[in-house]
Structure formats: C-alpha cells, structure tokens
Design a protein around this ligand. Structure first.
Ligand code: EPZ
Length: 430
C-alpha cells in the first residue's frame, strides 16, 4: 500500500528528462471496449500501472474477463457469456466505471450500474450517457441509486450532446460499434483519447469515421474481433512534469509524447515567456533563472486548454510576474485546491467560476491535503517551488494517475521522500 504523505524540500531547480506514461484516460475506455468481444482477446500496449487501471481490471474480472497485466502489456480474454451487474464498491471508487455501461447493453442487452458518486471537482452526473442510450432503444430505470438498463435490441440513432462530454462520447461510440445501422454523434468530444478509442475499435473491425471532429459516424457491425492496441502518451502527466520544470526555474524534457496533444499548454507557456522547445516526440522547457508573466486561461474541451491542467497551471501562475485570470468552464466546482494554495502564501481570489491570481515572488512550505488527483499534483508542484518543507497528504488521489511519480521526480533532482502514515491515517489511533 503506497504511503499517503510526501515530504518535499523545495527551492531546487529540476533538470533532466522523463518518459511519458501511457494515457490513463485512453487506457480506461479501451479496456471497457474489450467487453464488446465474445470469446476473444484484446491486447493493449503501454498501459500505465495505476490504481484506476487496476480498479477497471478488477471490474472487468468481476464481469467474467481474464486479465494479465505486466510491464505495460495487458491481455483481456472475454468469455462468451458476461455478467452484466456491476459491483458497487468498485463503481463508486472510480467514475470511469460508467464506461462499461454501453458495452454491456450492446453485448448483453442488460446492465446494472450503481450511479457513480460526485467527487471533489463537481456533481458529475451521467445524464448525457443515459439519454443517448435511451435514444438508441435502451430502457433506463433508476432503482435504489442504480441504473437498470435493458433492451430487446438497440437501433442506430442520431445523437446530439448538449456538451461534448468525453465519457458520454466514448460510451456511445462503443455502443454504436455493435448496433446495426448508422449512428451519428453530433457535438462529440474531440479529445485524443477518443481518437485512440476509435482506432482500437477499428482494429477490432468497427466502421468509424470522423473521430477527433465534432461529428462521428459509426456503421454498426454484427461482431468484433481480436486486436492489438497501443495506448497514446498521457498528455496530462507530461504537461505536469513540464510545469514542474517551469515552477522550479529548471530545465525539463518530457520524452515519448505527441507534442500536438500538449499545444494548449505549450502555446500558453510561450505567451507567458517560458521558453519551450518542441521536437518530433519530446517537449522541453528551459527556465533557469527566468521569470514568466501572468496570462488569462479558460478551460475548454479539446483542443482548448484542458481542465485537467487547471490546478497545475494555477500553481505556476501563482509565481508569475503580474496578474492571471483562470475561468473553469468544464466542471462546476474545481477550486477545492485554492484553500491549500493560500496556506502556502498564494494570492488567489475566487469569483464564481473564475479566479484572479496575483503573482508572488515566493511561497512557503506547509502541510496541505490533496482534494483530488490533479489538485494533488498541483500541490506537489507548489511544494517543489516553495521555500522550506511541504507535506502533501492524501496522496491516494495522486497514485490514481501518476505512474512512478517518486522515481521520476527524484530523477529530475527533486528532494522528496514518502513519510509513514500518521496513526490516524493508518487507522491506529485510539
Ligand atoms: C473525463 O471525465 C476525464 N476522465 C476527466 O479526467 C476530465 O476532467 C474530463 O473528461 C474532462 O476533460 C476520464 O477520461 C476517465 P465529461 P468525464 O463527461 O468523461 C458534465 C482526470 O483527472 N456532464 O467530459 O467524466 C460533467 O459534470 C479526470 O483524469 C454532465 O453534466 O468528463 C462536467 O461538468 C478528472 N452529464 C462536464 O460535463 C453527463 O452525462 C464534462 O464532463 C456527463 C458529463
């Protein structure tokens, strides 16, 4: 069990290079897509070794799949007959569990899924998923906090999303792949993880056009076959390490990435005066002895600035010269981290879904708590830049999304160590 607390001795410029992990948010939907197979194997390469990946693997095992996973390679053998009731303890642990809903309805005609809870970044309903499945012919009932979906046969439909939801686009893309006829998804999400999923489905024999644009067309097929799929690099993990280089005024290179996936961040860093070098498959920041200026950021669906980088860019802008404004337009409450930022001396004023940041020249270490995955990463960035010692607690959120975090940061020169859990965190207090 990984420790829940990290001690950071800040103030040291990071330098060196690290390799990006496989993308968590690409691997999770591709794993769920394996349920569309009947008595066949899906093989995935470059799967990151993360808690969320193991949660999804255990969910698929519960449904009947056999899974082997080591050194980035995962094989998923899907039986002829699947269970279609999902276990509450696994589903409540990870919202992405909702990605098995569409495949189960398409494959088994039934599914029971406990409604995933909200989390620190918002209420996170799945109404878009349910409305779209209903349009395709699924009967959806909510009973005792669970979604009961059933159908005697789905039919192709024209789906329009009020918001380009990543998860809803993924759920319907997978469902449509096995639904006879042509399904069109309008106002679809355009994230690279959607494109990776579409490539995986196409490798399995699906007929898909338009992924990565706002309109995706799927011609359903009767059966899908075995395939080997490589997961794309994790653009959010990669961007987090780049900002570690910026915030510590160091020189950091992230290798094995697709630079265009990081463009929203790298173009903002350029505007802020942080020098960025881009090569075919790596991106570097060279900030030794430099300062950067405040900028204005609005988080948007891809290709806009990613909401999953909002806490991390906020951390860097707290140490910029001048004022910055961030508007969070994707989630309804993604500012839980601001309180802990202020404990370290950051100057942030929340006005609804907008924050105004006044850059300061120095922040001080403190004991802080991660409220969610990306907030935890952002607090680590602040700790790396702060004078003195920072203890980041509730690291369980961070282990969900950052593979080999301690090794990677240490290789860049960070002075960090894991602390034994306190008695109460270890549940040993009297
Ligand atoms: C995916 O979540 C990612 N998770 C999130 O990353 C990411 O923040 C998010 O997309 C936005 O980019 C995975 O891919 C596993 P959405 P998802 O559906 O699919 C509202 C991380 O850090 N909405 O695009 O849940 C929703 O409340 C995680 O790795 C509805 O109202 O995001 C939110 O405000 C955090 N009804 C907005 O849409 C719905 O049915 C975007 O949500 C679905 C969504």
């Amino acid at each position: 069990m990984m420790s829940d607390r990290m001690l950071i001795r800040g103030g040291k410029p990071l330098s060196g290079s690290v390799k990006a992990q496989g993308a968590k948010n690409a691997a999770l939907p591709v794993m769920a897509a394996s349920l569309l197979l009947k008595g066949r194997r899906l093989t995935l390469e470059r799967v990151p070794d993360l808690q969320d990946i193991h949660t999804m693997a255990n969910l698929l095992r519960h449904l009947g799949a056999e899974i082997e996973f080591s050194r980035g390679r995962m094989t998923i053998d899907v039986p002829d007959d699947l269970k279609w009731e999902t276990p509450s303890d696994l589903v409540r642990r990870m919202r992405a569990s909702s990605l098995v809903l569409g495949p189960l309805v398409a494959r088994c005609g039934r599914a029971i899924l406990p409604l995933p809870g909200g989390c620190a970044i918002g209420s996170r309903p799945i109404d878009f998923h349910l409305k779209a499945l209903a349009r395709m012919g699924a009967e959806i009932d909510l009973e005792q906090g669970s979604v009961h979906a059933r159908t005697d046969g789905l039919s192709a439909a024209k789906i329009y999303f009020d918001f380009p939801s990543v998860g809803a686009t993924e759920n319907i893309l997978m469902t449509a792949a096995l639904t006879p006829g042509e399904t069109t998804i309008e106002n679809a999400a355009r994230e690279p993880e959607i494109v990776n999923l579409a490539c995986a489905l196409r490798a399995m024999g699906a007929s898909i056009k338009g992924e990565g644009t706002e309109t995706i067309e799927v011609e359903g097929v009767g059966d899908l076959g075995a395939a080997e799929v490589t997961i794309i690099p994790d653009r959010i993990e990669a961007s987090t390490y780049l900002l570690a280089g910026v915030i510590t005024r160091g020189e950091v290179t992230i290798d094995a990435v697709i630079p265009e996936h990081l463009e929203a961040l790298t173009s903002k860093l350029g505007k802020a005066g942080a020098p960025v070098d881009v090569s075919r498959d790596s991106v570097s920041v060279k900030c030794r002895g430099l300062s950067w200026s405040g900028v204005t950021i609005k988080t948007l669906p891809y290709p806009g600035f990613p909401t999953d980088m909002q806490p991390q860019i906020m951390a860097a802008l707290c140490l910029a010269e001048g004022t910055s404004v961030i508007h969070e337009s994707v989630f309804d409450s993604r500012y839980m981290h601001v309180g802990d930022f202020k404990r370290m001396g950051c100057k942030i004023d929340i006005q609804g879904n907008t924050v105004v940041i006044t850059g300061v020249s120095q922040i001080a270490g403190a004991e802080v708590h991660a409220s969610d995955l990306r907030a935890g990463a952002a607090l680590i960035l602040l700790g790396l830049a702060a004078e003195g010692e920072t203890i980041v607690c509730s690291l369980k959120h961070v282990w969900r999304g950052y593979e080999n975090l301690m090794e990677k940061l240490t290789s860049l020169g960070a002075d960090i160590e894991l602390l034994p859990d306190t008695l109460d965190e270890a549940g040993l207090s009297g």
